[in-house]
Design a protein around this ligand. Structure first.
Ligand code: SF4
Ligand code: SF4
Length: 106
């Protein structure tokens, strides 16, 4: 089976609509996130909450960047711009398949 090519690794976050901020971000014990930005998970943990449009509630929609950048969760720090997941996610979003927040980061 042939595979569609991934986008060339030239995209900068500044030119993206923060697709990764639509993912479910599972918080780690060391994360220090304001309670009102989080939701409880069935397993007792917490995740970043999402707004009605599907983005993380910490996203600054005017600038499409993280409003809590200095204290963003560990998984957000580890997400690699132009890494395989970033590139695959952007392909999915461009095909309108990522709108249901299909994956989570932990
Ligand atoms: S890490 Fe990737 S998906 Fe996230 S904002 Fe940057 S380019 Fe977009
Ligand atoms: S905490 Fe910041 S970087 Fe992480 S998903 Fe939310 S807006 Fe994006």
């Amino acid at each position: 089976m042939s595979r569609l090519p991934l986008p060339a690794p030239t995209t900068q976050c500044e030119r993206c609509v923060a697709v990764c901020c639509r993912l479910r971000v599972v918080l780690q014990p060391e994360d220090d996130i304001p309670e009102h930005l989080t939701v409880p998970l069935p397993n007792g943990g917490k995740a970043m909450d999402h707004d009605a449009s599907g983005w993380c509630v910490a996203l600054d929609h005017e600038h499409m960047n993280c409003s809590i950048y200095a204290q963003r969760p560990d998984v957000c720090r580890r997400f690699v711009m132009n890494g395989p997941y970033c590139r695959a996610l952007r392909i999915d979003y461009s095909r309108d398949r990522a709108r249901g927040i299909p994956a989570q980061l932990e």
